[in-house]
Ligand binder design. Structure first.
Ligand code: 6PG
Length: 242
């Protein structure tokens, strides 16, 4: 698998703009080639500014777009911690996407049930496929090297044939829902959004380290297509050899 391409940008705002441009380009390419755009949203805080930059009719062919989630917390969609809730406030509430084009992870369900529910609905969206063929997956990077809700030394790192897993996260004292590595790595393109000095150690480990995936789960993101881009600000990239 080729090494990810890294683009170091001035600050978080520049990362958001570059990320939004990647979404626009990936969406345009997908719709022109296949008539649809299947896009996985990242959770956390970093992507919010990117979603807000896409609030316009012409940003993406919204009528041909289907959005999914890379992970979700074990909360109601109205909870301030909900990844769906963040995307709803930043993007969905502007009415550009029909509700049936948003495949929400039901974090409010008991986690095992929530994972099975999402996998069932995802498999219905990609019938007869070995893995979901997303056109673009956006991911964040945690300071501990996690991505989506694939945390160090947790069960979901070893997912077998599953597309979605519930995951106990002792470091947070909670459980999450997450896409699995094989489901992520079947994507045509993966883009990491990384901003802030607190991510410098994890980004160095991701790009230049040799730690096992169990320690730095983001190292398990290796799309078969080879299309992996890291958009990082200078603060997060401070520890990288230039
Ligand atoms: C989540 C995310 C998680 C996130 C990283 C970075 O549910 O929290 O999916 O993987 O992307 O923790 O989060 P920030 O963007 O808030 O730094």
């Amino acid at each position: 698998m080729p090494k990810p391409q890294i683009l170091v940008l001035k600050d978080a705002n520049a990362v958001a703009h570059a990320g939004a441009e990647r979404v626009r380009q990936a969406g345009h390419l997908a719709v022109s080639l296949r008539g649809s755009f299947h896009w996985v949203l990242a959770g956390g805080n970093t992507p919010r500014a990117l979603y807000e930059l896409l609030v316009s009719e012409e940003a993406v062919n919204w009528r041909a777009t289907h959005v999914y989630f890379g992970d979700e917390r074990h909360v109601l969609p109205t909870d301030p911690d909900s990844n769906y809730g963040m995307a709803e406030r930043a993007l969905f509430r502007h009415g550009l996407l029909a509700p049936d084009r948003i495949l929400r992870m039901r974090g409010e369900l008991p986690s095992r049930e929530g994972a099975m529910d999402y996998e069932e609905r995802l498999r219905a969206a990609f019938p007869d496929a070995a893995w979901p063929t997303f056109d673009l997956v956006l991911l964040g990077l945690g300071a501990d090297g996690h991505t989506a809700s694939l945390f160090p030394h947790t069960a979901a790192l070893d997912s077998g044939p599953r597309w979605v897993m519930h995951n106990q996260v002792p470091s947070l004292g909670t459980e999450r829902l997450t896409l699995t590595f094989p489901a992520l790595n079947a994507a045509r393109e993966i883009v990491f959004l990384v901003a802030g000095a607190d991510k410098a150690r994890a980004l160095h480990a991701l790009v230049e380290g040799h730690q096992p995936v169990a320690e730095i789960p983001a190292r398990g993101v290796q799309p078969a297509s080879g299309q992996c881009l890291i958009l990082a600000d200078e603060a997060a990239a401070a520890g990288l050899r230039r």
